[in-house]
Ligand binder design. Structure first.
Ligand SMILES: NC(=O)N[C@@H](CC(=O)O)C(=O)O
Length: 428
Protein backbone atom coordinates (compact mmCIF):
# COMPACT_ATOMS: atom_id res chain seq x y z
CA UNK A 1 0.00 0.00 0.00
CA UNK A 2 1.54 3.27 -1.02
CA UNK A 3 -0.96 5.59 0.70
CA UNK A 4 -0.48 6.51 4.35
CA UNK A 5 -2.83 8.66 6.42
CA UNK A 6 -1.27 10.16 9.54
CA UNK A 7 -4.36 11.01 11.57
CA UNK A 8 -4.72 13.83 14.08
CA UNK A 9 -1.07 14.85 14.50
CA UNK A 10 -0.15 18.31 15.73
CA UNK A 11 1.75 19.49 12.67
CA UNK A 12 4.75 21.44 14.00
CA UNK A 13 2.96 21.48 17.36
CA UNK A 14 -0.13 23.29 16.00
CA UNK A 15 -3.76 22.18 15.73
CA UNK A 16 -4.40 18.48 14.97
CA UNK A 17 -4.45 17.72 11.24
CA UNK A 18 -4.43 14.71 8.96
CA UNK A 19 -1.55 14.26 6.56
CA UNK A 20 -1.99 12.07 3.49
CA UNK A 21 1.06 10.58 1.81
CA UNK A 22 0.92 8.97 -1.62
CA UNK A 23 4.12 7.28 -2.74
CA UNK A 24 6.98 9.59 -1.86
CA UNK A 25 4.95 12.80 -1.60
CA UNK A 26 2.62 14.58 0.83
CA UNK A 27 -0.58 15.02 -1.20
CA UNK A 28 -2.96 16.63 1.30
CA UNK A 29 -2.94 18.24 4.74
CA UNK A 30 -6.25 19.05 6.44
CA UNK A 31 -8.89 18.00 8.96
CA UNK A 32 -10.98 14.83 8.48
CA UNK A 33 -9.27 13.47 5.37
CA UNK A 34 -10.81 10.20 4.03
CA UNK A 35 -8.89 7.05 4.95
CA UNK A 36 -10.01 4.88 2.00
CA UNK A 37 -7.20 2.86 0.52
CA UNK A 38 -4.65 4.20 2.99
CA UNK A 39 -2.78 2.66 5.88
CA UNK A 40 -3.80 4.72 8.91
CA UNK A 41 -1.32 5.84 11.56
CA UNK A 42 -3.18 7.16 14.63
CA UNK A 43 -1.23 10.17 15.84
CA UNK A 44 -3.46 11.82 18.42
CA UNK A 45 -1.38 13.79 20.92
CA UNK A 46 1.74 13.40 18.81
CA UNK A 47 3.75 16.09 17.08
CA UNK A 48 4.61 15.80 13.38
CA UNK A 49 7.86 17.42 12.29
CA UNK A 50 9.73 17.61 9.01
CA UNK A 51 12.40 14.87 8.99
CA UNK A 52 15.34 16.00 11.10
CA UNK A 53 18.62 16.93 9.44
CA UNK A 54 21.95 16.55 11.24
CA UNK A 55 24.74 18.72 9.90
CA UNK A 56 27.36 17.01 12.07
CA UNK A 57 27.51 13.19 12.33
CA UNK A 58 30.54 10.90 12.54
CA UNK A 59 29.72 7.68 10.67
CA UNK A 60 33.30 6.28 10.91
CA UNK A 61 33.19 4.38 7.60
CA UNK A 62 35.65 3.87 6.00
CA UNK A 63 38.22 2.83 8.55
CA UNK A 64 36.64 2.61 12.00
CA UNK A 65 33.80 0.20 11.35
CA UNK A 66 34.32 -1.15 14.88
CA UNK A 67 32.68 2.02 16.22
CA UNK A 68 30.09 2.75 13.50
CA UNK A 69 29.30 2.08 9.86
CA UNK A 70 27.15 3.95 7.39
CA UNK A 71 24.50 1.26 7.97
CA UNK A 72 24.51 1.33 11.80
CA UNK A 73 24.85 5.11 11.92
CA UNK A 74 21.95 5.72 9.55
CA UNK A 75 19.84 3.21 11.50
CA UNK A 76 20.63 5.25 14.61
CA UNK A 77 19.67 8.39 12.68
CA UNK A 78 16.30 6.95 11.61
CA UNK A 79 15.66 5.92 15.24
CA UNK A 80 16.29 9.48 16.31
CA UNK A 81 13.92 10.94 13.69
CA UNK A 82 16.54 11.99 11.13
CA UNK A 83 16.02 11.70 7.39
CA UNK A 84 19.37 13.22 6.39
CA UNK A 85 22.80 13.35 8.01
CA UNK A 86 26.01 15.06 6.99
CA UNK A 87 28.92 12.68 7.52
CA UNK A 88 32.13 14.20 8.87
CA UNK A 89 35.38 13.74 6.98
CA UNK A 90 37.63 12.37 9.77
CA UNK A 91 37.50 8.80 8.50
CA UNK A 92 40.42 6.49 7.51
CA UNK A 93 41.22 7.32 4.77
CA UNK A 94 40.12 10.91 5.28
CA UNK A 95 37.26 12.07 3.04
CA UNK A 96 39.50 14.48 1.15
CA UNK A 97 39.01 13.15 -2.39
CA UNK A 98 36.09 12.59 -4.77
CA UNK A 99 36.63 8.81 -4.43
CA UNK A 100 36.06 8.66 -0.68
CA UNK A 101 33.06 11.02 -0.59
CA UNK A 102 31.41 9.07 -3.42
CA UNK A 103 31.94 5.81 -1.53
CA UNK A 104 30.22 7.19 1.60
CA UNK A 105 27.42 8.73 -0.47
CA UNK A 106 26.73 5.45 -2.29
CA UNK A 107 26.71 3.43 0.95
CA UNK A 108 24.03 5.80 2.26
CA UNK A 109 21.93 5.30 -0.86
CA UNK A 110 22.33 1.50 -0.74
CA UNK A 111 21.22 1.15 2.88
CA UNK A 112 18.32 3.57 2.58
CA UNK A 113 17.70 4.48 6.23
CA UNK A 114 18.40 8.16 5.66
CA UNK A 115 20.17 10.31 3.11
CA UNK A 116 23.89 10.64 3.70
CA UNK A 117 25.56 13.79 2.52
CA UNK A 118 29.34 13.50 2.90
CA UNK A 119 31.31 16.46 4.20
CA UNK A 120 34.67 16.95 2.48
CA UNK A 121 37.89 17.70 4.33
CA UNK A 122 39.20 21.26 3.97
CA UNK A 123 42.83 20.15 3.95
CA UNK A 124 44.61 17.03 2.72
CA UNK A 125 44.61 14.41 5.48
CA UNK A 126 43.14 16.98 7.92
CA UNK A 127 46.72 18.14 8.29
CA UNK A 128 45.98 21.83 7.88
CA UNK A 129 48.78 22.32 5.34
CA UNK A 130 47.32 22.07 1.86
CA UNK A 131 43.79 22.55 0.53
CA UNK A 132 42.04 19.28 -0.40
CA UNK A 133 40.33 18.80 -3.78
CA UNK A 134 37.32 20.92 -2.83
CA UNK A 135 36.14 21.49 -6.41
CA UNK A 136 36.46 17.82 -7.39
CA UNK A 137 34.48 16.76 -4.30
CA UNK A 138 31.78 19.28 -5.16
CA UNK A 139 31.60 18.07 -8.75
CA UNK A 140 31.57 14.38 -7.78
CA UNK A 141 28.37 12.33 -7.53
CA UNK A 142 28.32 13.23 -3.83
CA UNK A 143 27.93 16.95 -4.67
CA UNK A 144 29.76 18.10 -1.54
CA UNK A 145 28.86 21.60 -0.34
CA UNK A 146 30.07 21.49 3.28
CA UNK A 147 33.78 21.25 4.05
CA UNK A 148 35.29 20.67 7.47
CA UNK A 149 38.42 19.36 9.18
CA UNK A 150 36.26 18.69 12.25
CA UNK A 151 38.19 17.06 15.05
CA UNK A 152 40.92 19.46 14.04
CA UNK A 153 40.89 23.21 13.60
CA UNK A 154 41.94 24.85 10.34
CA UNK A 155 44.33 26.96 12.39
CA UNK A 156 46.41 28.50 9.59
CA UNK A 157 44.69 31.79 8.75
CA UNK A 158 45.94 31.77 5.16
CA UNK A 159 44.58 28.27 4.49
CA UNK A 160 41.28 29.25 6.09
CA UNK A 161 41.10 32.36 3.94
CA UNK A 162 41.79 30.36 0.76
CA UNK A 163 39.16 27.76 1.65
CA UNK A 164 36.55 30.46 2.27
CA UNK A 165 37.42 32.09 -1.06
CA UNK A 166 37.42 28.80 -2.96
CA UNK A 167 33.97 27.52 -1.85
CA UNK A 168 32.32 30.80 -2.86
CA UNK A 169 32.51 29.70 -6.50
CA UNK A 170 29.87 27.01 -5.93
CA UNK A 171 28.01 28.32 -2.86
CA UNK A 172 29.78 25.99 -0.45
CA UNK A 173 30.49 26.57 3.21
CA UNK A 174 33.43 25.90 5.50
CA UNK A 175 32.43 24.45 8.89
CA UNK A 176 35.13 25.32 11.38
CA UNK A 177 36.09 23.29 14.44
CA UNK A 178 37.19 26.30 16.50
CA UNK A 179 40.08 25.21 18.70
CA UNK A 180 43.33 27.14 18.85
CA UNK A 181 45.78 24.24 19.03
CA UNK A 182 48.56 25.85 21.07
CA UNK A 183 46.10 27.05 23.73
CA UNK A 184 44.72 23.53 24.11
CA UNK A 185 47.90 21.46 24.21
CA UNK A 186 47.39 18.70 26.79
CA UNK A 187 43.88 19.95 27.53
CA UNK A 188 41.56 17.38 29.09
CA UNK A 189 38.50 19.38 30.13
CA UNK A 190 37.11 22.91 30.44
CA UNK A 191 39.57 25.31 32.09
CA UNK A 192 37.98 26.58 35.28
CA UNK A 193 37.29 25.81 38.93
CA UNK A 194 36.70 22.11 38.35
CA UNK A 195 39.84 21.55 36.25
CA UNK A 196 41.88 23.35 38.92
CA UNK A 197 40.44 21.15 41.67
CA UNK A 198 40.87 17.93 39.71
CA UNK A 199 44.31 18.82 38.42
CA UNK A 200 43.35 18.12 34.81
CA UNK A 201 44.74 20.16 31.92
CA UNK A 202 42.37 23.03 31.17
CA UNK A 203 40.82 23.99 27.84
CA UNK A 204 40.20 27.73 27.99
CA UNK A 205 37.12 29.31 26.45
CA UNK A 206 39.42 31.74 24.65
CA UNK A 207 40.84 28.89 22.56
CA UNK A 208 37.41 28.56 20.92
CA UNK A 209 36.48 32.23 20.95
CA UNK A 210 39.69 33.56 19.38
CA UNK A 211 39.29 31.29 16.33
CA UNK A 212 35.62 32.23 15.91
CA UNK A 213 36.52 35.93 16.09
CA UNK A 214 39.24 35.47 13.49
CA UNK A 215 37.06 33.42 11.15
CA UNK A 216 34.02 35.71 11.13
CA UNK A 217 36.39 38.56 10.23
CA UNK A 218 37.99 36.44 7.50
CA UNK A 219 34.54 35.56 6.11
CA UNK A 220 33.66 39.23 6.07
CA UNK A 221 36.94 40.14 4.41
CA UNK A 222 36.50 37.70 1.52
CA UNK A 223 32.67 37.96 1.39
CA UNK A 224 32.18 34.27 2.05
CA UNK A 225 30.04 32.09 4.29
CA UNK A 226 31.36 30.38 7.41
CA UNK A 227 29.69 27.88 9.74
CA UNK A 228 30.91 27.36 13.31
CA UNK A 229 30.67 23.82 14.68
CA UNK A 230 29.58 23.03 18.25
CA UNK A 231 29.64 26.41 20.04
CA UNK A 232 30.28 25.77 23.71
CA UNK A 233 30.89 29.07 25.51
CA UNK A 234 28.95 32.21 26.41
CA UNK A 235 31.76 34.25 24.84
CA UNK A 236 31.38 32.41 21.51
CA UNK A 237 27.71 33.36 21.53
CA UNK A 238 28.62 37.03 22.01
CA UNK A 239 31.03 36.95 19.06
CA UNK A 240 28.52 35.28 16.73
CA UNK A 241 25.83 37.74 17.85
CA UNK A 242 28.16 40.65 17.07
CA UNK A 243 29.13 39.18 13.69
CA UNK A 244 25.49 38.70 12.67
CA UNK A 245 24.60 42.23 13.71
CA UNK A 246 27.40 43.41 11.44
CA UNK A 247 25.93 41.47 8.52
CA UNK A 248 28.62 38.78 8.35
CA UNK A 249 27.41 35.55 6.71
CA UNK A 250 27.95 33.23 9.69
CA UNK A 251 25.87 30.34 11.02
CA UNK A 252 26.46 28.34 14.17
CA UNK A 253 25.46 25.07 15.81
CA UNK A 254 25.14 23.76 19.35
CA UNK A 255 25.07 20.11 20.40
CA UNK A 256 22.38 18.65 22.67
CA UNK A 257 25.02 17.79 25.31
CA UNK A 258 26.23 21.38 25.53
CA UNK A 259 22.61 22.41 26.16
CA UNK A 260 22.31 20.10 29.16
CA UNK A 261 25.56 18.94 30.75
CA UNK A 262 28.29 20.82 32.65
CA UNK A 263 31.90 20.22 33.64
CA UNK A 264 30.75 19.33 37.18
CA UNK A 265 30.13 15.82 35.76
CA UNK A 266 33.86 15.39 35.16
CA UNK A 267 34.31 15.07 38.96
CA UNK A 268 33.24 11.44 38.42
CA UNK A 269 36.30 10.93 36.18
CA UNK A 270 33.96 8.95 33.93
CA UNK A 271 35.33 9.32 30.36
CA UNK A 272 31.80 9.18 28.98
CA UNK A 273 31.83 12.92 29.76
CA UNK A 274 35.04 13.53 27.81
CA UNK A 275 34.21 15.38 24.64
CA UNK A 276 35.53 18.00 22.26
CA UNK A 277 34.72 20.84 22.83
CA UNK A 278 34.54 20.07 26.55
CA UNK A 279 31.46 20.37 28.75
CA UNK A 280 31.50 23.92 30.12
CA UNK A 281 29.77 25.71 33.02
CA UNK A 282 26.14 26.32 33.95
CA UNK A 283 26.52 29.94 32.78
CA UNK A 284 27.65 28.73 29.33
CA UNK A 285 24.78 26.23 29.13
CA UNK A 286 22.23 28.96 29.86
CA UNK A 287 23.81 31.33 27.31
CA UNK A 288 23.70 28.58 24.64
CA UNK A 289 20.02 27.85 25.31
CA UNK A 290 19.14 31.54 25.08
CA UNK A 291 21.15 31.93 21.87
CA UNK A 292 19.41 28.94 20.28
CA UNK A 293 16.05 30.43 21.27
CA UNK A 294 16.79 33.91 19.90
CA UNK A 295 18.36 32.58 16.67
CA UNK A 296 21.96 33.65 17.33
CA UNK A 297 22.74 29.94 17.20
CA UNK A 298 21.02 28.66 14.09
CA UNK A 299 20.82 24.92 14.59
CA UNK A 300 21.21 21.88 16.81
CA UNK A 301 23.74 19.38 15.45
CA UNK A 302 24.50 16.14 17.28
CA UNK A 303 28.27 15.72 16.82
CA UNK A 304 27.37 12.01 17.14
CA UNK A 305 30.85 10.63 17.90
CA UNK A 306 30.72 6.86 18.41
CA UNK A 307 33.65 5.10 20.08
CA UNK A 308 34.06 1.41 21.00
CA UNK A 309 34.10 0.64 24.73
CA UNK A 310 37.84 -0.07 24.79
CA UNK A 311 38.47 3.54 23.73
CA UNK A 312 36.15 4.94 26.41
CA UNK A 313 36.27 2.48 29.35
CA UNK A 314 39.76 3.44 30.44
CA UNK A 315 41.45 6.14 32.49
CA UNK A 316 40.36 9.71 31.71
CA UNK A 317 43.62 10.85 30.13
CA UNK A 318 43.74 7.93 27.68
CA UNK A 319 40.06 7.97 26.69
CA UNK A 320 38.82 9.13 23.28
CA UNK A 321 36.73 12.30 23.08
CA UNK A 322 33.13 12.14 21.95
CA UNK A 323 29.59 11.02 22.71
CA UNK A 324 26.88 9.35 20.63
CA UNK A 325 23.89 11.61 20.14
CA UNK A 326 21.58 10.73 17.25
CA UNK A 327 19.15 8.63 19.28
CA UNK A 328 18.74 11.07 22.18
CA UNK A 329 19.03 14.49 20.49
CA UNK A 330 15.33 15.28 20.18
CA UNK A 331 14.61 14.26 23.78
CA UNK A 332 17.40 16.49 25.10
CA UNK A 333 16.12 19.38 22.98
CA UNK A 334 12.58 18.76 24.25
CA UNK A 335 13.78 18.85 27.86
CA UNK A 336 16.11 21.85 27.60
CA UNK A 337 14.23 24.01 25.08
CA UNK A 338 10.56 22.97 24.74
CA UNK A 339 9.62 21.85 28.25
CA UNK A 340 11.53 24.86 29.63
CA UNK A 341 9.38 27.18 27.49
CA UNK A 342 12.28 28.60 25.44
CA UNK A 343 11.20 27.16 22.07
CA UNK A 344 7.97 25.75 20.62
CA UNK A 345 7.82 22.77 18.25
CA UNK A 346 7.83 25.05 15.22
CA UNK A 347 11.11 26.40 16.61
CA UNK A 348 12.43 22.85 16.94
CA UNK A 349 11.50 22.16 13.29
CA UNK A 350 13.37 25.31 12.35
CA UNK A 351 16.55 24.51 14.33
CA UNK A 352 16.66 20.76 13.60
CA UNK A 353 15.31 20.54 10.04
CA UNK A 354 14.64 23.72 8.04
CA UNK A 355 17.84 25.57 8.89
CA UNK A 356 20.35 22.70 8.84
CA UNK A 357 18.97 21.66 5.43
CA UNK A 358 19.37 25.22 4.20
CA UNK A 359 22.92 25.61 5.51
CA UNK A 360 23.99 22.30 3.93
CA UNK A 361 21.82 22.69 0.80
CA UNK A 362 20.18 19.29 1.40
CA UNK A 363 17.64 19.15 -1.43
CA UNK A 364 14.28 17.63 -0.52
CA UNK A 365 14.90 17.98 3.22
CA UNK A 366 13.85 20.71 5.64
CA UNK A 367 10.71 21.36 3.61
CA UNK A 368 7.32 22.48 4.99
CA UNK A 369 4.79 19.81 5.91
CA UNK A 370 2.42 20.64 3.05
CA UNK A 371 0.97 19.19 -0.14
CA UNK A 372 3.47 18.62 -2.93
CA UNK A 373 6.47 18.27 -0.64
CA UNK A 374 8.59 15.10 -0.28
CA UNK A 375 7.27 12.95 2.57
CA UNK A 376 10.30 13.22 4.88
CA UNK A 377 8.62 13.22 8.27
CA UNK A 378 9.12 12.47 11.95
CA UNK A 379 6.37 11.66 14.45
CA UNK A 380 7.11 12.37 18.11
CA UNK A 381 5.27 11.40 21.28
CA UNK A 382 6.15 14.30 23.60
CA UNK A 383 4.24 12.81 26.57
CA UNK A 384 6.45 9.72 26.72
CA UNK A 385 8.79 9.38 29.71
CA UNK A 386 11.51 6.78 29.84
CA UNK A 387 15.06 6.13 30.94
CA UNK A 388 17.84 5.93 28.40
CA UNK A 389 18.96 2.34 27.85
CA UNK A 390 21.93 2.19 25.47
CA UNK A 391 21.59 -1.58 25.03
CA UNK A 392 18.63 -0.75 22.80
CA UNK A 393 20.58 1.65 20.59
CA UNK A 394 20.82 1.06 16.86
CA UNK A 395 24.27 2.66 16.89
CA UNK A 396 27.19 0.26 17.08
CA UNK A 397 28.57 2.30 20.00
CA UNK A 398 27.12 2.92 23.45
CA UNK A 399 29.05 5.97 24.69
CA UNK A 400 26.06 8.00 25.81
CA UNK A 401 26.25 10.36 28.78
CA UNK A 402 22.53 9.80 29.44
CA UNK A 403 22.50 6.11 30.45
CA UNK A 404 19.88 5.65 33.16
CA UNK A 405 18.73 9.26 32.90
CA UNK A 406 15.05 10.05 32.41
CA UNK A 407 14.45 12.07 29.25
CA UNK A 408 11.11 13.20 27.82
CA UNK A 409 9.66 12.33 24.44
CA UNK A 410 10.19 9.58 21.94
CA UNK A 411 10.30 9.36 18.17
CA UNK A 412 7.73 6.75 17.11
CA UNK A 413 7.83 7.01 13.31
CA UNK A 414 10.19 8.27 10.64
CA UNK A 415 9.40 8.38 6.91
CA UNK A 416 12.00 8.84 4.21
CA UNK A 417 10.26 9.88 0.99
CA UNK A 418 7.10 8.12 2.13
CA UNK A 419 8.84 4.89 3.13
CA UNK A 420 8.74 4.11 6.86
CA UNK A 421 12.22 3.69 8.34
CA UNK A 422 10.91 3.63 11.93
CA UNK A 423 7.50 2.23 12.97
CA UNK A 424 6.26 2.35 16.58
CA UNK A 425 9.82 2.99 17.73
CA UNK A 426 11.20 -0.01 15.83
CA UNK A 427 13.39 0.13 12.76
CA UNK A 428 11.61 -1.01 9.62
N1 LIG B 1 33.50 15.58 19.25
C1 LIG B 1 34.40 14.74 19.70
O1 LIG B 1 34.66 14.74 20.91
N2 LIG B 1 35.01 13.88 18.90
C2 LIG B 1 34.94 13.86 17.48
C3 LIG B 1 35.92 14.77 16.83
C4 LIG B 1 36.19 16.02 17.56
O2 LIG B 1 35.44 16.99 17.37
O3 LIG B 1 37.15 16.04 18.30
C5 LIG B 1 35.23 12.47 16.99
O4 LIG B 1 35.38 12.27 15.78
O5 LIG B 1 35.28 11.56 17.82
Amino acid sequence: MSKILIRGAKVLGGEPQDVLIDGDTIVEVGAGLPAEGAEVVEAEGKVLLPGLVDLHTHLREPGREDSETVLTGTRAAASGGYTAVFAMANTFPVADTAGVVEQVYRLGQQHGYCDVQPIGAVTVGLEGKKLAELGAMHESAAGVTVFSDDGKCVDDAVIMRRALEYVKAFGGVVAQHAQEPRLTEGAQMNEGVVSAELGLGGWPAVAEESIIARDVLLAEHVHSRVHICHLSTAGSVEIVRWAKSRGIDVTAEVTPHHLLLTDELVRSYDPVYKVNPPLRTERDVMALREALADGTIDIVATDHAPHPHEDKDCEWAAAAMGMVGLETALSVVQQTMVDSGLLDWAGVADRMSFKPARIGRATGHGRPVSAGEPANLTLVDPAYRGTVDPTGFASRSRNTPYEGRELPGRVTHTWLRGRATLVDGKLA
